[in-house]
Design a protein around this ligand. Sequence first.
Ligand code: ATP
Ligand code: MG
Length: 336
Amino acid sequence: MKPLVDTPTPIEMPKSPPVVETFDLGKFYRTGFWMNQKIESLKSCTLSVCEGETFGLLGQNGAGKTTLLKTLLGIVKPTSGRALLLGKPLGDRAVKQRVGYLPENPYFYDYLTGWEFLQFVAGLFQIPVSVQRQRIPHLLDLVGLAQSAATKKQLRQYSKGMLQRIGMAQALINNPEVVFLDEPMSGLDPMGRYQMREIILSLKSQGKTIFFNSHILSDVEKICDRVAILAKGELICMGAIDQLLGNTKTYRVQGKGGHLNILQKWIPDLEVDNDLWYGHLQGEPKDFVATVSRTGGQLIGMNLAKPSLEEFFMQQLEERGIYPTFRRCDRPIEYF
Ligand SMILES: Nc1ncnc2c1ncn2[C@@H]1O[C@H](COP(=O)(O)OP(=O)(O)OP(=O)(O)O)[C@@H](O)[C@H]1O
Ligand SMILES: [Mg+2]
């Protein structure tokens, strides 16, 4: 099957100005004792994210999502191509003031309290103390961290979810225009995930641009305007969720009567239950409807079978020959 959406075209882009633009961006890491082995983590990646968009980057473990984020933030240097962030080349210091970042594995100073940590980060952005006094409690409320925990507990005593929340608070301390979030839902309980989604939506309503990586496709489906899928460092598709999921013109049909032999040609996965038949249509719907009535059948239902983002994601990977690497374990694990 042909890819549903190929590389982005100018027609596809929303009208607001681009905040992130990459042009054939590539990155390989050198590894090994002699640094003579190359790991190509990002291959010729071209994308554009516009102001006010919520953009989700999906991909398997090791697909290159974090590498792309780190490259955009100037943490790692690209080995080919170029990119612009807020209209400036990567690494621009003034741009860093306008950007927020929640790393995938943030490093925290164990012996600081959450409050002290936020004061420290605010200091890096040269935020006046009077502003800090108002902003820190507000951010703690926003991310759902009790002020008592933030002032009394050291970060080494925080749970995974509490650390994720304080990480989100520090990403927003400078009131950024663009927020990069590397797996913001990681480690959160269902309430925390809901809260994180609400935070992202409220940032969006303030006109901020959000670029985030996630494995939780149901969350991505709920909050993103556009998504892109990375596979082995390559962007394999990109577009608005409705456009991606709606493009699969597969209909699920249900009916009764008619010639099953003829119907089978239209419905390869035809199943019959008493006098009802159903399955997925392959072919032109108009011609199919005509065939059913010509052969004396009756069509009961025909609905667009819209896949979930998860089904779409799996389908995209499978079309490129990427299958799950696990083997179903049907016998006890052998210990030696
Ligand atoms: N500093 C590094 N040195 C060498 N290889 C690296 C380095 N960082 C990442 N890689 C490699 O680059 C590839 C992409 O890694 P990356 O962390 O970007 O993936 P990811 O999509 O974020 O994965 P995950 O979903 O597990 O976070 C992997 O093969 C990884 O081993
Ligand atoms: Mg990652």
